[in-house]
Design a protein. Structure first.
Length: 329
């Protein structure tokens, strides 16, 4: 149940539209513009399930903001991202991160989705390595809906770094991607796929150590199909086709993130997310800039191969290749 402490701050809808990069003025450029916009995503290409009618009606009348209490004991303090808040556990005084998860429109699907989320959360609780943003618990609020509680990540999202710096050096890119792949491998080892990797999931500290977040998007691979469509900017061709998620799909997303780090923008940019999705299936990325070493070019090319079998199969092997490239940059 929602409550308020000392009034409410600026709230707003916690399940927001997907960030999609606008069309570049010159799509063939090797370093596309890094500007972004927000736009609606068709339901079939949504970054996460759409709100159920009940929850949508609730959200129309309830404002989530600083001072609101969720799940009886989580006091919202500040919004960190579209659906992510810093909160305080009123039982312990601990600062945590609270991510809201929307439900599918269909009530039966919504019930099954919620059940799978809680099952997956119990599996994810086994991930206690510091390279993973640890899950504390999952819960439901009658007003705000499903939510996941994790510890606060160290560092800042890679998305914020890219917005500030534009593009990164090849060496720094490979160091960050290697750390992300190593963390991802921990999840793959227990049968989980991320399914929605993007720069906002990677938290980077001052030494370029990486923590992997976005736990609300992890799914047991046997359940991954039809539960979540990744955001089109980082979606693999097989995910676009609606096929069962596999470890190579996450490798593809890391390859797209690598490309974005090296150029300042992802490889496929279009006016509509559906066009972006089609480009992942049939398009060819523009060449990387001339200052990117050949070993890095080869690594990115393999990671974003259209066929899953042509990519690395294990994140650990991809991480080793990235660290080898970083050592020679």
């Amino acid at each position: 149940m929602l409550g308020a402490v000392d009034g409410q701050g600026d709230g707003g809808l916690v399940v927001a539209d997907d960030p999609v990069h606008p069309a570049a003025s010159n799509p063939t450029s090797t370093a596309p513009a890094a500007s972004t916009m927000r736009t609606g995503i068709p339901p079939t290409l949504s970054t996460r399930p759409t709100l159920s009618p009940t929850l949508r009606a609730t959200m129309a009348s309830v404002t989530l903001g600083a001072g609101v209490i969720v799940g009886e004991h989580y006091h919202l303090a500040a919004r960190l991202d579209d659906d992510l808040w810093q909160a305080t556990d009123l039982r312990t005084g601990q600062a945590v991160a609270l991510r809201f998860v929307a439900l599918p429109d269909d009530e039966q699907l919504a019930q099954g989705f919620a059940q799978r989320l809680h099952i997956n959360a119990r599996v994810l609780a086994r991930l206690t390595d510091p390279r993973i943003v640890a899950l504390i618990e999952s819960g439901e609020d009658p007003d705000a809906g499903l939510f996941l509680v994790t510890r606060l990540a160290h560092g800042e999202p890679l998305s914020a770094i890219l917005e500030r710096e534009g593009r990164l050096s090849p060496r720094r890119t490979m160091t960050i991607i290697a750390g992300a792949a190593e963390a991802l491998g921990l999840a793959h080892d227990i049968g989980m796929s991320h399914r929605d990797l993007h720069p906002g999931c990677l938290f980077v500290d001052a030494q370029d150590h990486v923590e992997l977040g976005g736990l609300g998007n992890f799914y047991l691979r046997r359940d991954a199909v039809a539960l979540l469509m990744p955001r089109p900017t980082y979606a693999s061709p097989e995910a676009i086709r609606g096929e069962l998620s596999n470890p190579e799909s996450d490798i593809y997303a890391l390859g797209i993130i690598s490309y974005e780090c090296l150029t300042g923008a992802p490889p496929f940019i279009a006016d509509h997310p559906f066009e972006v999705a089609l480009l992942h299936v049939k398009g060819v990325p523009a060449p990387l800039p001339n200052d990117v070493p050949p070993c890095v070019v080869a690594l990115v090319d393999r990671a974003v191969a259209k066929q899953p079998g042509d990519r690395w199969h294990r994140p650990a092997d991809f991480a080793d290749a990235a660290r080898s490239c970083a050592a020679t940059c």
